[in-house]
Design a protein around this ligand. Sequence first.
Ligand SMILES: NC(=O)c1ccc[n+]([C@@H]2O[C@H](COP(=O)([O-])OP(=O)(O)OC[C@H]3O[C@@H](n4cnc5c(N)ncnc54)[C@H](OP(=O)(O)O)[C@@H]3O)[C@@H](O)[C@H]2O)c1
Length: 379
Amino acid sequence: MASRRDFLALSAVAAAAGMAAPRLMAAEKGSDSDQGRRDEALPNNPPLTMDRFPPEHKYGVGGTQMGNMYRVTSDEEARAMLAAAWEGGARYFDTSPWYGLGLSERRLGHFLFDRDPSQYLLSTKVGRLLTPDASVESVGMWKGHLRTDYRYDYSADGVRRSIEDSLQRMGVSKIDLVYIHDLAPSNEDMGEKWKDYFEIARKGAIPELERLRDEGIIGGWGMGVNDIEPSLAAMEAGDPDVILQATQYTLLNHRDALDRLFPACRRHNVPLVIGAPLGSGFLAGSTHWMYDTSIPEGLEQKRDRISAIAEAHGTDLRTAALQFTAAPDVVGATIPGARTAEHARENDASMTADIPADFWTALKSEGLIEEDAPVPVQR
Ligand SMILES: NC(=O)c1ccc[n+]([C@@H]2O[C@H](COP(=O)([O-])OP(=O)(O)OC[C@H]3O[C@@H](n4cnc5c(N)ncnc54)[C@H](OP(=O)(O)O)[C@@H]3O)[C@@H](O)[C@H]2O)c1
């Protein structure tokens, strides 16, 4: 039976022909419309296969830093970062109730409030419900006076309530994508119990999100997780539109995703959004690798070697890291987190820079990336 996405893909092919002409005309007139501007170093996504996913450009913005990850970020910093990202052409924004216990959603909603919803793509997440609690200060990696507590809820009612809460918190009328968040073995609150939580989601969250999609309240749903197993399980249990796979596909770790995740995505026709494409900062020079300061043996040397080869080829580590994650055909978007306006501008520049093909050949010949890893095609 043709899935909803197959149907939309067919419709999109027909629609694309009609859409191309006005867009070309706008370009000829030098229109600086709300479409976002971009030199096309990386291939764009093929015509839309879902209502609005994948985005036209493969570059989006993560929402963890706006939620005070690792340190307090000011309202001004967050707003300047978003403004710079928008100015650079980014039109996909990801957040979650979990990021700063509502703070990231509030800041993003405030920024998007004056903007035409048809011009951007917004994703948030479900799985944790928030409640006010004046006694709560920092929670784990989220810093500052949060004054909010949380509890897990992957039931149908919980998911619906979470989406209603997010709509109100952000002040938007529609959410494009909703990810089932952190339902995964590496979530320290779960470990192997993730399977019990998944069973709740299989009966509750998943069918409810498919209902909400059919009702048009959300555009689509997927998993937003740091492990591959739940992503595979969701593609078997339901009909996700997209998977946000974090921490599993970067320049420094990609074997498992190539072997297990990509084939499943192709089989089920599910595109990926790549979360933590900079390894939570390590590939942009920070001391965190995947939200931890204990760095696996040999990883620093590998990073530094790649960085040296990048410099020798006139590029840089961050640019290579970002473009690497956007290169595969199964990837709809890569969403680096940015703390400052400067980060947003630099990441945008990285996405549009040229990287010589010899650079990728050099990495493969030294065994620094997998031989079969897709790499960006030079212009
Ligand atoms: N389970 C899930 O659904 C899940 C999990 C993880 C991530 N995600 C999504 O993926 C997004 C990206 O992940 P992430 O932000 O955690 O990690 P990331 O994109 O791998 O790394 C972001 C960090 O890199 C550093 N950075 C970024 N741009 C930089 C630049 N131009 N120059 C120097 N440093 C730069 C910043 O570190 P400093 O802050 O130290 O400056 C920033 O915090 C998240 O925001 C979230 O939306 C989802």
